[in-house]
Design a protein around this ligand. Structure first.
Ligand SMILES: NC(=O)C1=CN([C@@H]2O[C@H](COP(=O)(O)OP(=O)(O)OC[C@H]3O[C@@H](n4cnc5c(N)ncnc54)[C@H](OP(=O)(O)O)[C@@H]3O)[C@@H](O)[C@H]2O)C=CC1
Ligand SMILES: N[C@@H](CC=O)C(=O)O
Ligand code: NA
Length: 428
């Protein structure tokens, strides 16, 4: 037994990782060099679907990161603290770290990677984005010779699972969320999933790798899926779209600011991301000279995420077996500067909007005039239903600057004929 692991956390991902490491037949022989030396948990009394010697489990996580015998710390407790402090202590103690914690990396990445670089150790995070899908290492290595233009992803398994079931079964939002929690997809606090914050953390990480700079998380615009209703899913379907929570990072020219955002989006049914359903994630990367490349696979769940965590551990085992003093630049993170992010008002996109209006003659004309005043041109206008005596009108615009569209909406909101604007979604 060569390399000693100190694993923090034995929940969905921790358990999946330990189970994988205890079942090595047919896997990479390097894994046989690993010893599960300590596993830190909150409760020793909890019954767990794994056998570990009694002296391996502990509730003293600090003792693990400070134990000189531990070579690699695998942080799978999630959340911000004590995860951040434990990662920093491990790095300061000269230990490599593997983490699945996108929340901590997206907020404290600068501090964590600076500490790792100073200590001459690595922080590996393949599981932090796209669960089991290899996307971090490909962006750092295989794709890094490209100039990346756009990263468009479905990067949250929980919300994709919810939207898929709402679309295919007409299911109710809260019932499906409970299923996603039971299946181990959701975060400990599922509002991070539902409100788009988990996807924002992930696109910040991908953008940082793709566009070679740090991303200030506060600059990432994010909307979740709470406002997506069955009505909108049905209208989108009729118009030839499906609704997906997309995370997008885009740079129009090499010198223009980045646009980094998360929001529910109408995706044309023929687009490759439209058929990514359930807990599956996909990340479409566009760059030069490669063109388009798409990564697809399970975005959450014990086994899939354990695959990513264990591949990182295996990379570090290989590093520990190699005796070089210079760090491998393809495994470190060397970003020092922050990327400039464009405000959401500058975004140019198509919009879908649903209006409830009084059933009066000329309403559509008034809407058209207000939009026209701000240079918003309409691709389609549909009036199909009635809700409680109000007419329902759905419009899809051509490409428009978001700031102009919002100004038109503010004027429309004041029209006497307008009751409300229940939905506003962007269109890919
Ligand atoms: N679930 C998924 O599909 C995926 C999760 N991730 C990320 O992986 C990480 C872990 O997620 P997941 O496995 O789902 O989380 P769980 O909530 O299932 O597991 C968390 C584990 O950490 C332990 N723990 C939490 N806080 C403490 C603490 N303060 N002290 C000691 N132990 C603690 C818990 O102990 P105890 O068991 O005793 O309560 C539990 O074993 C998160 O960062 C998450 O974002 C990434 C990709 C996919
Ligand atoms: N809660 C996350 C888990 C993986 O990162 C998700 O649903 O995608
Ligand atoms: Na991944």
């Amino acid at each position: 037994m060569g390399v000693k692991l100190g694993i923090l956390g034995l929940g969905t991902v921790g358990l999946g990782t330990v189970q994988l490491l205890q079942d090595l037949v047919g896997r990479n022989p390097l894994l046989q060099e690993i010893e599960i030396y300590r596993v830190g948990v909150r409760s020793l009394a909890k019954i767990r679907d794994v056998e570990l010697p009694a002296d391996v489990l502990t509730t003293d996580l600090e003792a693990i990161v400070n134990d000189p015998a531990v070579d690699i710390v695998v942080e799978l407790i999630g959340g911000l603290e004590p995860a951040r402090s434990l990662i920093l202590q491990a790095l300061n103690n000269g230990k490599h770290v593997v983490t699945a914690n996108k929340a901590a990396i997206a907020r404290f990445g600068a501090e964590i990677f600076t500490t790792a670089n100073q200590a001459g150790v690595y922080v590996m995070l393949e599981a932090a984005v796209g669960g089991g899908i290899p996307v971090i290492q490909p962006l750092k290595q295989s794709l890094s010779v490209n100039r990346i233009h756009t990263i468009t992803g479905i990067v949250n398994g929980t919300t994709n699972y919810i939207l898929t079931r709402m679309q295919t079964e007409g299911s109710n939002f809260s019932d499906v969320l409970a299923d996603a929690q039971r299946l181990g997809y959701a975060e400990a606090d599922p509002t991070a999933d539902v409100d788009g914050l988990d996807a924002a953390d992930k696109i910040a990480i991908l953008a940082s790798l793709g566009f070679n700079g740090r991303i200030n998380l506060e600059d990432v615009y994010s909307e979740g899926i709470r406002q997506v209703s069955k009505t909108d899913i049905t209208y989108a379907e009729k118009l030839g779209f499906v609704i997906k929570l997309l995370a997008i990072a885009k740079q129009d020219t090499n010198s223009s600011p980045l646009s980094v955002r998360v929001h529910p989006t109408l995706v044309p049914k023929a687009h490759p991301l439209a058929s990514v359903n359930g807990v599956y994630n996909a990340i479409l990367i566009e760059g030069e000279p490669i063109g388009q490349v798409m990564f697809f696979g399970p975005g959450a769940g014990a086994g899939a995420t354990a695959s990513a965590v264990t591949s990182d551990i295996m990379n570090l085992v290989a590093v520990l077996k190699t005796s070089t003093t210079n760090p491998n630049p393809l495994l470190t993170c060397g970003h020092q500067d922050y990327c400039e992010i464009a405000p959401i008002a500058e975004l140019v996109t198509r919009f879908y909007a649903r209006f409830l209006t009084k059933d009066q003659p000329g309403v559509i004309g008034k809407l058209g005039t207000c939009f026209g005043n701000y240079g918003v041109s309409l691709e389609s206008v549909v009036q199909t239903g009635f809700q409680g005596g109000l007419a329902e009108i759905v419009v899809v615009t051509h490409d428009v600057r978001e700031g102009d569209f919002r100004q038109a909406l503010a004027e429309i909101q004041n029209l006497a004929a307008i009751d409300s604007i229940p939905s506003l979604l962007r269109v890919l």
